[in-house]
Ligand binder design. Structure first.
Ligand code: CA
Length: 737
């Protein structure tokens, strides 16, 4: 692809993870609440290990310790699916992204919404039992790369655990929502956040963190479920001085990982990244915890670790790796690095699934861990020792030749190492992101929601090295679309390839079938013994597909869109399917220009269906179709250029590339605030809307730059008029500016 063609195909993104002794079951002493049984959340390690024996529950984030997201419930199947309808809908308090998978245990659903709010709901009726709002501040909300989302809770012995956006891990009374203990798990002076679901195993609760886009050092921490005391911590990248931390990770860093980093560079001051923000899986057979590790910080490896190169000696362990840790001590067991010396934001935080596949000698069963991380390869590793069994591209990718060498390393192309105006596929959004995949042991297929071919140009230039931004990737945030300015149109972004639902055969290493979507981003998946795969998509649909063929069997219109993974449970012999609707997160927010229409700012909802369900969904809010600028065009090419650069560095992650909002956050082009210099300065400079998560930027950009951003936004508004996507207002009605 020539660089000139980039501007017709490129779209920008900048993003925005045999059991030994088990804990004895305990009887919670919590009181009866609503219709919940006396013992609420009476879940322990043994019960989750036996999750297959009670498919009517959904006991942990991924449904079971193996996190297959497959249920043996089958009364909803190909013969009955046409009778599936909405049974109850619960509306959450706050809009913004909904990414969580609910847990259902003994008739109660526990789930999180945006802003880390926890909800306990009667799973039969949708009636609220309690809610808990940890009251995340707007200032902490602004630390996020990717919206104030949360992917769910863990439950254990009458407690509900939530990772709060500002870095707290909290244990709530499952009966009342009362806080039993609260730990700050991060240095809150740094841009750490938590969006992932905690996991429990052996009387421990484990949580990671996020923040590698802004500059932090990643780690996971296991706490005692009862006391909240720290049991062990494992850092994923070295101590800045390569000194011991007094942590479980010390030994392997001294032995191996410290030497995979140089002694200087941004990693020594900015943390190095490696945040484990999503997938953490307890392997009951090998009594180990598998941790999916994120990208480097900053992304640009020549800034992060300038002494090193891609020869193999500077792989920057354990970036972009699957790490296996002893469940009791956190001691290192093994690792497999999917992307050595990551410089493309290729996290390996994506969901891991444990399964037994016929990959042993003579087709014998072998326990494996499967992952489809951002970099476009589907990995099958031996769960016991991390041996690479296969790595096969499941999506278009051009950063490697598609091959793995004799040492199990990807064969990275010279072009992808040098990044000289190369259009890299996939880009930072990844071929697959946090949207969970599922594995059906009967079909042997993994159902992956992919983002196909969303490319990126990683440009290391003067602008990258002098950027004024809390974001810290080491690449020019404006580069990908600077070339397109000022002709910014919606049209070409809509020509991008979309995502797909890929049914992947992990033994054959090839897809069994693919359902393509016209647009990027489709939701997480659920697989069932009813022979179905459930999935939401970006067109407001919730769909059931035939697990063997991919045939669309059934569709339910939602009010909003569903990105989160569905789950299923059974009460009184009736099977329910539940999914959260409501869309947010950086991928969504930045890609507003690629949408057919903006999403509506719908609240997050829990939509629960059963056979014969007859509940009505609320009517969608009206789409604001035609807008118009609220002020005359101001500025000139020079201020627009400056404004575009600073907008790209600071604003696009929430307000959308080209200042085109996805709808999750109001579109600045049509805002009265953008029309008024003083209001704009009060917010952008002075932080008048800090409570909403919009902090002031006076610490990094000056008054002239702040005003230049406003000029750029108005330029984009008038550009939409030129392009016929907005109405021209009566200029006389706009008043003097
Ligand atoms: Ca990242």
């Amino acid at each position: 692809m020539s660089y000139k063609n980039v501007i017709t195909t490129l779209f920008v993104t900048s993003l925005v993870a045999a059991c030994g002794d088990t804990d004895a079951p305990q009887t919670p002493t919590t009181p009866k609440v609503g219709d919940a049984p006396a013992s609420v959340a009476a879940v322990d390690t043994q019960r989750i290990m036996n999750a297959a024996q009670e498919p009517e529950m959904w006991l942990s984030y991924g449904g079971s310790y193996d996190e297959t997201r497959h249920s043996s419930l089958a009364s909803i199947n190909g013969d009955t699916i046409q009778d599936l309808g909405v049974d109850w809908v619960y509306e959450m308090d706050k809009p913004r992204g909904a990414e969580a998978t609910p847990i259902v245990v003994d008739g109660v659903m526990y789930v999180t919404g945006s802003w880390s709010v926890v909800y306990a709901i009667d799973a039969r009726t949708g009636k609220e039992l309690w809610t808990y709002d940890p009251e995340v501040s707007g200032e902490d909300a602004a630390k996020g790369c990717c919206d104030v989302v949360n992917r769910g809770v863990a439950v254990h012995n009458g407690k509900v655990f939530v990772g709060v956006f500002d870095g707290r891990l909290e244990a709530l009374d499952a009966a009342s929502g009362e806080v039993l203990w609260s730990n700050v798990t991060v240095d809150q002076s740094k841009p750490y956040t938590i969006t992932g679901a905690p996991r429990v195993f052996k009387n421990k609760v484990i949580i990671g963190n996020s923040g590698a886009e802004l500059g932090v050092r990643g780690y996971v921490t296991a706490y005692n479920v009862e006391s909240g005391d720290l049991e062990w911590r494992f850092y994923t990248v070295p101590n800045p001085n390569k000194e011991p931390d007094g942590a479980a990770s010390d030994a392997i860093f001294a032995e191996l990982a410290n030497d995979s980093w140089g002694d200087t560079g941004a990693w020594t001051t900015d943390g190095g990244g490696g945040t484990a923000w999503d997938s953490i899986v307890y392997d009951t057979v090998n009594d180990q915890v598998l941790v999916g590790v994120g990208n480097g910080s900053p992304w640009n490896a020549s800034i992060r670790d300038p002494e090193g190169d891609f020869g193999g000696a500077y792989d920057n362990l354990f970036l972009s790796s699957v790490l296996a840790l002893d469940a009791d001590t956190g001691a290192y067991r093994w690792h497999y690095q999917t992307t050595p010396r990551d410089q493309w934001d290729f996290t390996a935080t994506q969901q891991m699934v444990l399964a037994d596949l016929p990959l042993g000698e003579n087709g014998a069963s072998r326990r494996v861990v499967m992952q489809a991380p951002k970099n476009g390869f589907f990995y099958v590793l031996d769960a016991r020792d991390g041996e690479l069994l296969s790595a096969t591209p499941f999506s278009e990718q051009n950063w490697t030749t598609g091959e793995i060498d004799e040492n199990g390393r990807p064969v990275i192309t010279q072009e992808a190492i040098e990044l000289d105006n190369m259009v890299v596929v996939p880009g930072p959004t990844g071929a697959h992101n946090w949207h969970p995949m599922s594995f059906n042991p009967k079909t042997g297929l993994v159902y992956i929601p992919t983002n196909l071919a969303l490319p990126y140009v990683y440009v290391d230039n003067d602008a990258a090295r002098s950027a004024k931004s809390h974001w810290n990737t080491g690449y020019d945030s404006a580069s990908a679309w600077a070339y397109e300015f000022p002709k910014g149109t919606i049209a070409y972004t809509q020509t991008l390839d979309g995502g797909s639902l890929v049914a992947w055969d992990p033994v054959a290493g090839e897809p069994a079938w693919i359902v393509p979507f016209p647009q990027a981003f489709n939701g997480g998946t659920l697989s069932t013994d009813g022979g179905l795969v459930f999935q939401g998509n970006k067109r407001g649909e919730f769909v059931a597909y035939d697990a063997e063929t991919g045939e669309r069997m059934w569709t339910q219109r939602l009010v909003g869109d569903a990105a989160a993974a569905p789950m299923t449970y059974e009460l009184d012999g009736e099977q329910y399917v539940s999914v959260l609707s409501g869309w947010g997160n950086v991928s969504m927010m930045i890609y507003g220009a690629a949408l057919e229409k903006p999403v509506t700012p719908e609240p997050g909802r829990i939509v629960t269906m059963k056979l014969g369900g007859k509940a009505e969904l609320p009517s969608p809010l009206d789409y604001l179709v035609v807008e118009s600028p609220k002020a005359p065009l101001v500025g000139d090419a020079e201020t627009w250029q400056l404004g575009m650069q600073r907008f790209a560095e600071n604003c696009q992650f929430c307000h959308g590339a080209y200042a085109i909002s996805s709808g999750v956050i109001p579109d600045l082009r049509w805002s009265g605030i953008s029309a008024n210099e003083d209001s704009w300065a009060a917010i952008v400079r002075d932080g008048a809307l800090t409570d909403n998560g919009m902090v002031g930027f006076s610490d990094i950009i000056d008054d002239e730059e702040i005003e230049a951003i406003r000029h750029y936004v108005l330029r984009q508004a008038w550009l939409a008029v030129e392009n016929g996507t907005a109405d021209a207002p009566e200029v006389a009605a706009l008043g003097d500016q």
